[in-house]
Design a protein around this ligand. Sequence first.
Ligand code: CA
Length: 225
Amino acid sequence: MKILVIEDEPKAAEYLRQGLSESGYTVELAYNGPDGLHAATTGDHDLVILDVMLPGIDGFAVLSALRTAKQIPVLMLTARGKTDDKVRGFDLGADDYLVKPFQFPELLARVRTLLKRGHTVAADPIFRVGDMELDSVRHRATRGGLRIDLTAKEFALLTLLTQKSGEVLSRTQIASMVWDIHFDSDSNVVEVAMRRLRAKIDDPFPDKLIHTVRGVGYVLERRGP
Ligand code: CA
């Protein structure tokens, strides 16, 4: 397991390198924002430990740029215990957050949890809701074992709904996540696509998975017996 530590204070960086190495991890260090971002985007690390206060570009900017490039677990470190920072970090896609000074065993426990979570996702690319299966690697969807042919957009839409199963998504959220468009009100691109998707996923089957929540949006979940 390879961990990238982006931390400008040499003592703290060395403390992390030594502790993590002793726990069996391979550690790479970067001492500023630009070097860290470059290492994180080009390397094959399993986890990034990212300090917030960094020279060059700060940890938030590194995280934001990294998130547009790839999905990798990120644990943020900060000396400031402000709630604002924590919220900002999570908004930008940090997976966990630790306030300095911390006890090494606590850091180690969080590292282990994040690595385990990352691997579960990688090992099982199949999502299941009721009798529907979605294989995100092979781009295949089935219901009750029957293959369902979907266009690329329909597959992306179904993947989003399935990953967020049980969570109501607004049309605006769906439009920005699937089509990368940000509209205000009167575009019906989502409704049209949803109707087509339902015709394939739900219409032939007695128990429906996609539900309209009036005035809010859509949710995919099993409601049948
Ligand atoms: Ca720092």
